[in-house]
Design a protein around this ligand. Structure first.
Ligand code: KG4
Ligand code: ZN
Length: 353
């Protein structure tokens, strides 16, 4: 029997084991993270080595620099995750890794490290989608949360509304036709001279500002479940350039508040439309932009009015982390995910369902 055949037998046994501990690796962008998660819900440790300070001076993530820093960090982060959980590799049942979506070189570091570990330790290797991982972060933050629910996925690379029918079965309802919402936050922040990553800075400035600027753009997708953010982004960029050309100062708090207001309005309107249409009474938000305080505030009040339960990840699990990959891996494994073989490679994109 080859490695995969042996490991598929092990996975069958794991499906009926009471306690399953998965060591999970995330390296899709600029965070090297390793976590140990028990039964998909309990985080025994989650170590995150962020490269934000390294990429700040470039104004955004430089893929090659990210890959090199993942290589430098991954072994220490893994050892630290084991140490913090007071466990050794013997206590681990399976290795999980993000294979996509993300930066190819960055993903490859995690994928190859995970393959090496799985082979050396003779443990099953589980290949996990980063996007599904973001959704699963909510199973950690909300111990009783179960599908079905509508999910608003808002990250640096994706924006979508999904019907999450079960832990592993997703239906795509709508998605962005151009920029992802996080990407749009980052670009607008950059044009105003705010440091990377821009989303959190816009969130902060918006609190001091007034949403009093009308960024005129065509709302081409009104009435659909799809999003377009490039029109809003271009309107802000044109506004800032125009002010600069006239030698006028820009009001960062007001621009931030006005931009954020438009984006949050677009996200909220379409998500609530999907909720109403589906008849489901549960809304789950996932991805880095779930950390946005105004989005949280707006969804909280709208969901209250509609009697919809709202679930958002704890702040520390909104952005990239290994724990969400471990949570997702557990439910995928329980529902029949087979062991990845050593042909597993990284993918810069993965299907949303
Ligand atoms: O999910 P994530 O960590 O990475 C991807 O999978 O893409 O999301 C990162 C994105 C960045 O674009 C970042 O600016 C945005 O999440 N973000 C925020 C906030 N915190 C992080 N955007 C708006 N408001 C925030 N508070
Ligand atoms: Zn992410």
């Amino acid at each position: 029997m080859n490695y995969k055949q042996q490991m598929d037998i092990k996975l069958k046994e794991l499906r009926s084991k009471d306690t399953v501990r998965i060591l999970s690796i995330e390296s899709s962008c600029d965070e090297t993270s390793v976590a140990i998660v028990e039964n998909g819900r309990k985080v025994l440790s989650c170590v995150i080595a962020t490269q934000i300070d390294i990429h700040k001076r470039f104004g955004g993530v430089v893929p090659e620099v990210a890959s090199r820093n993942h290589i430098l960090a991954i072994e220490n982060v893994t050892n630290e995750a084991l140490a913090q959980a007071c466990l050794t590799f013997d206590d681990i049942d399976a290795i999980a890794v993000t294979y996509g979506a993300g930066l190819l070189g960055a993903l490859l570091v995690g994928v190859n490290y995970a393959k090496g570990l799985a082979y050396a330790l003779n443990k099953p290797l589980l290949a996990i989608s980063h996007i599904k991982g973001h959704i699963a972060s909510n199973y950690i933050s909300h111990q009783n949360l179960e599908p079905p629910f509508i999910c608003l996925l808002v990250s640096g690379g994706h924006t979508a509304i999904l019907n999450v029918k079960s832990y592993t079965d997703f239906e795509l309802i709508g998605s962005t036709v151009d920029d992802a919402v996080g990407e749009c936050f980052d670009k607008v922040a950059r044009i105003m001279g705010l440091s990377y990553p821009g989303g959190v800075n816009i969130d902060r400035y918006a609190k001091e500002g007034e949403a009093n600027i009308d960024f005129i753009h065509k709302n081409i997708l009104a009435g659909t479940y799809n999003f377009s953010f490039s029109g809003i982004k271009t309107a802000v960029i044109n506004y800032v350039h125009n002010k600069e050309q006239k030698g006028e100062e820009i009001n960062i708090p007001n621009i931030s508040a006005s931009f954020q207001n438009l984006v949050v309005d677009e996200l909220t309107t379409k998500t609530l439309k999907a909720i109403n249409e589906s008849g489901l009474k549960k809304l789950v938000v996932a991805g880095g932009v779930a950390a946005n305080s105004f989005l949280k505030q707006r969804l909280t009040s709208e969901c209250e009015k509609l009697g919809v339960e709202l679930y958002m990840p704890e702040l520390k699990y909104c952005t990239d982390n290994g724990a969400m990959i471990g949570a997702c891996a557990y439910f995928e494994m329980k529902n029949g995910l087979e062991c990845a073989d050593f042909n597993l490679t990284a993918n810069s994109t993965v299907a949303l369902r």
